[in-house]
Ligand binder design. Structure first.
Ligand code: B12
Length: 367
């Protein structure tokens, strides 16, 4: 078995051609530099495979396949891990299908069989590697860790139905909606952000994770909107040109689940629009969400405008941006800051119950 044999170069050229013929996307994803590197990699792959077969040691090939997958994920950060997996899987399959074309003096029939076996192992481990990423320490260290991991794994592999099934299972197994929202979905989205920051996840995958998370939440709407009413109104939104809106939406949904009437205005709400909404809906509480610190200036202006025009309305602020400050909310006329929706709900239960109990009951005077 000669690694420098010209027939191996021919094999590499065939594999290269077959791969482009099989997968129309490659032409768009690979510029000339990538094409050159791909061809070189095919030669490397063949030589590692031949070496592994020579020693009858699959690890020589599989450990290389794992290393190569990680390398490609780190180099081609415009492509998702699952897309790179598909490319590698196709490559190993085409290589496997092409081995028969090699003459026996280069690779005997037994060796071809062994090579095919090693290639199937490389395919399996590359498929598994899509979700094999170091996660942050506290991500799994909680009773909801198993659901978090399964939901994130499904998202990483773009398996929407599987992602839904994980959350359905959690609900069936008695996990309360509050824990599904703040214990699973929030934790997964924060992990998604960390993975994006570490270049382990593309922007389009981050968008996909956001949209699936939002549709998962909307699947609870029948349950959320059927709770007994408390006759209290919440307006919630994300301020400035803030596009991060899942946190605000989550908070609003959880208030609805607690019997509040909620008016959720979504992302990037201008000051005037919020003030109009406050006039129309006469809320008891306005919750403002800020994720990017550059929207804090608009948030402060909004807080002051609301307090001036609607002095009786309580205002709460929250979101990631506040965690990046030295407790800036203490300098603003806000009634409450909280890290989670659960904390704000608890505070509201105390605050508005007390208000109701201490409020003068004028009903008999009017009778
Ligand atoms: C999803 C996401 C997006 C989506 C948003 C989609 C959508 N429809 O909302 C998209 C793709 C649009 C996006 C865009 C960007 N993003 Co982004 N994004 C995220 C990500 C991964 C998750 C956000 C999320 O949904 N979290 C889940 C919710 C449930 O959690 P939460 O927002 O923290 O809300 C909870 C609490 O904070 C609290 N809370 C929230 N609001 C309020 C309000 C009150 C009153 C209270 C009491 C509590 C409260 O309760 C909520 C429930 O527990 C974060 C990572 C992260 N750590 O958050 C990055 C992240 C916020 N994004 C980041 C960046 C850099 C960007 C972009 C600039 C670039 C990019 N990634 O594409 C743009 C900027 C867009 C813009 N103009 O605003 C950075 C910000 C870094 C920084 N320096 O601040 C992060 C942290 C990613 C990272 N690790 O670097 N992003």
């Amino acid at each position: 078995m000669g690694l420098n044999d010209p027939r191996l170069l021919q094999l590499a050229q065939k594999i290269y051609g077959d791969h482009f013929a099989r997968d129309g996307q490659l032409e768009k994803e690979y510029d000339d530099r990538r094409k050159k590197l791909m061809y070189e990699d095919i030669l490397y792959n063949i030589s590692f495979l031949m070496t592994a077969v020579h020693f009858s040691d699959d690890k020589i090939f599989t450990s290389y396949a794992r290393w190569l997958y990680d390398l490609l994920c780190n180099l081609m950060t415009d492509l998702d891990r699952d897309r790179i997996m598909v490319q590698m899987k196709d490559h190993y399959q085409i290589l496997s299908d092409s081995l028969n074309e090699l003459p026996d003096d280069l690779l005997s029939n037994d060796e071809k069989e062994t090579a095919c076996l090693f290639l199937q192992k490389a395919i399996s481990l590359t498929q598994e590697a899509v979700t094999d990423i170091p996660l942050s320490d506290d991500f799994l260290g909680n009773h909801l860790g198993e659901y978090r991991k399964a939901f994130l794994d499904a998202l990483m592999r773009s398996k929407t139905r599987e992602a839904y099934a994980v959350i359905d299972r959690a609900r069936e197994q008695g996990v309360p909606i509050l824990d599904i929202y703040e214990g699973i979905l929030r934790a997964v989205m924060h992990e998604v952000g960390r993975l994006w920051h570490m270049n382990k996840l593309t922007i389009d995958k981050e968008h996909y994770c956001s949209s699936v998370t939002q549709t998962v939440m909307s699947r609870f709407y029948d349950e959320l909107f059927l709770q007994p009413r408390q006759h209290l109104t919440l307006i919630c939104c994300a301020v400035g040109s803030e596009l991060h809106e899942i946190g605000g939406r989550m908070l609003s949904d959880l208030f609805e689940h607690n019997g509040w009437d909620t008016v959720y205005l979504g992302a990037a709400v201008p000051e005037k629009a919020l003030l109009n909404a406050a006039l129309e809906h006469q809320p008891n509480l306005i919750a403002l969400s800020v994720t990017m610190p550059q929207h804090l200036i608009e948030c402060e202006s909004l807080v002051r405008a609301v307090k001036t025009q609607f002095p009786g309305v309580k205002i709460a602020v929250g979101g990631r941006a506040f965690k990046m400050t030295s407790r800036i909310w203490e300098k603003w006329p806000v009634d409450y800051y909280a890290d989670t929706a659960a904390e704000l709900i608890e505070w509201s239960q105390q605050t508005f119950r007390t208000n109701k109990e201490t409020a003068p009951d004028n009903s008999s005077d009017q009778g």
